[in-house]
Design a protein around this ligand. Structure first.
Ligand code: SF4
Ligand code: SF4
Length: 179
């Protein structure tokens, strides 16, 4: 039997998005240092994949870092419009220049706008006046195996990025502190 958990998520309605990119501006402003000191969509953790000719706008949020690019060859037809696989993918990968901090090149990741005190809704949702983005909290049962898998994926990304030695040293430090 799994454990019940509140899952926070953002629903995207592609029919409502007009590509205004207000979500990008809000996200980048919120994450600027100091907060709201600058607006730079290149620093946003949400980006709108745009194809104006075909009237396609897909807001995607940055998820995990991947050292390798996938083949990205799948094409989806939704309501008569053709989208590439990458249009829906939030992975930070070498095949495109999305979700990389412009100065350092470090991967960006959506944090659902963690803040203290918490925001009533993520900033990109607040900025979307067309309700293409809506915020939801749903109760889900999380299986132990799923959590273990997530942990493994997270650890693998860290090892890929920093190497086994650095991760092992960090674990050693953490375990000494918790003794
Ligand atoms: S703010 Fe809303 S409508 Fe504008 S680009 Fe973002 S998701 Fe689309
Ligand atoms: S939830 Fe917050 S961090 Fe994530 S994309 Fe939206 S504004 Fe950016």
């Amino acid at each position: 039997m799994g454990e019940k958990k509140i899952v926070r998520r953002i629903r995207v309605n592609l029919d409502k998005c007009n590509g205004c990119r207000a979500c990008e501006m809000a996200c980048s402003a919120f994450h600027a240092k100091p907060k709201y000191s600058s607006i730079n969509p290149a620093r946003s953790r949400i980006r709108v994949v745009t194809d104006e000719i075909n009237d396609e706008y897909v807001p995607i949020r940055a998820t995990d870092y991947s050292k390798a690019a996938c083949d990205g060859r799948r094409v989806y037809t939704v309501n008569g419009k053709e989208y590439s696989e990458c249009s829906f993918c939030g992975t930070v990968c070498p095949a495109r220049n999305l979700f990389k901090e412009p100065d350092s090149g470090l991967p960006l990741k959506c944090d659902m706008c963690e803040d203290d005190p918490p925001q009533k809704e993520p900033l990109c949702v607040q900025a979307c006046s067309l309700d293409a983005l809506t915020y939801e909290e749903v109760e889900e049962v999380v299986e132990e195996q799923v959590k273990a898998d997530e942990l493994e994926i997270g650890l693998k990304s860290l090892v890929d990025k920093y190497g086994v030695k650095k991760i092992a040293e960090s674990f050693a430090r953490i375990s000494q502190k918790s003794l």
